[in-house]
Design a protein around this ligand. Structure first.
Ligand code: PLP
Ligand code: COI
Length: 359
């Protein structure tokens, strides 16, 4: 694919963030973005890397009314020796195309999608922060842009990629988070769109998120929509329960996101000698086993959240503290192995990391 690179005069470039150690998640965006359009006649066309700027959308654009929107989230890292790396980007490309199929949107050829991300990241490489725990977050997004008010798939789309230098997703960094188990509101149902990355899932989660915040918890743990019995996932991460040397995570029920970090943790943990299991896990079992001490650690996994220790669960008015609200050894070991691979510090025997070039 030929990507047109729009020149930007030097004086129009933004000043870089001042202190990479102080970056928070998703507030700063780089100078440029990738954009590409789709219509039935031309297919995907007009691929360019242009200045980051506001879009103009018709007020009747279907995304604004019926939420025909999908997105992805992945990261670029700089290794200590100056290599620009990405972690399993082809998995995000495949997941985005799965999301596209589910919402009747056009797929993007895998090679073109990967090329667009790589060229944009390398054009913007000065923005990749190098402080510990920082990275360049990559957000590919697709919108139905055609203007109409009937309910049907759009015939025109915009695909774009923006970049944001980020620090830790949680303001406390690698420290245990407190989680509110939501027993009334639901995020997604089997047969719906909970297993793809579409904005509506996050809109549906806002009210419970707010409720949890008001009560002093930082995240929501969702239960299944039918029985409110089985554990699903946290707002922006999948969840793992550690039973000594065994890791258990909810199986992909159809209403949770198949996390790429989740899949990686399952493989890594098995490689590190832990037993791993994917199955339906009832919240009652979790709470009982936390109380009995059989569950020794709990952590979440996600691109933004990486591996995040969970310090307590709150369910129906009661608090269940995990591992004395401390970061557990297993969580720490998996976190370290994962980030060491992502930042090019540890051997990548799985072939997960791809090198884009040098800083
Ligand atoms: N679950 C939800 C709802 C998410 O938004 C995310 C983040 O992308 C995840 C799980 C973790 O997925 P991944 O590891 O692919 O980032
Ligand atoms: C990610 O981890 O990439 C996500 O998309 C989570 C996000 C909703 C902040």
């Amino acid at each position: 694919m030929k990507i047109y690179l729009e020149p930007i005069p030097e004086r129009e470039l933004k000043p870089l963030f001042e202190d990479a150690g102080k970056l928070i998640f998703g507030r700063i965006f780089t100078d440029r973005m990738f954009t590409m359009k789709y219509n039935a006649e031309k297919g995907w066309h007009d691929a360019k890397i242009e200045k980051y700027k506001s879009f103009s959308l018709d007020p009747a654009a279907c995304v604004l009314h019926y939420s025909q929107e999908i997105f992805e989230g992945l990261k670029a890292y700089v290794s200590e020796d100056g290599r620009v790396l990405m972690f399993r980007p082809e998995e995000n490309v495949r997941r985005m195309n799965r999301s596209a199929r589910r919402l009747c949107m056009p797929e993007i050829p895998e090679e073109d999608f990967l090329q667009a991300m790589k060229e944009l990241i390398m054009t913007e490489k000065r923005w990749i922060p190098r402080a510990p725990g920082t990275s360049l977050y990559v957000r590919p997004t697709m919108l139905g842009t055609e203007a109409f008010l009937g309910v049907h798939p759009a015939a025109e789309y915009l695909f774009y990629i923006i970049l944001s230098p980020v620090g830790p997703y949680f303001k406390d960094g690698f420290n245990p988070v407190s989680i509110y188990v939501e027993d009334t509101l639901v995020r997604a149902v089997v047969g719906g769109v909970g297993d793809i990355k579409t904005g509506g899932n996050y809109a549906a989660s806002l009210m419970a998120g707010l409720k949890a915040k008001e009560k002093g918890f930082s995240q929501v743990l969702w239960l299944d929509a039918k029985e409110h019995k089985y554990v699903e996932e946290v707002g922006a991460m999948n969840i793992f329960f550690v039973y000594g040397d065994q890791l258990v995570t909810p199986s992909l029920s159809g209403s949770i996101l198949p996390g790429i970090t989740r899949a990686s943790v399952l493989e890594l943990a098995a490689d590190m000698g832990y037993r791993v299991e994917e199955r339906a896990i009832a919240i009652d079992e979790v709470l009982e086993e936390i109380s009995s001490g059989r569950i020794t650690e709990v952590f979440g996994s996600g691109t933004a959240a990486v591996v995040s220790p969970v310090g307590s669960l709150h369910y129906k008015g009661q608090n269940y503290v995990v591992n004395n609200n401390q970061v557990g050894e297993v969580t720490k070991a998996i976190y370290t192995r994962l980030i060491d691979i992502q930042y090019g510090k540890a051997e990548d025997k799985f072939g997960w990391v791809c090198e884009l070039g040098r800083i």
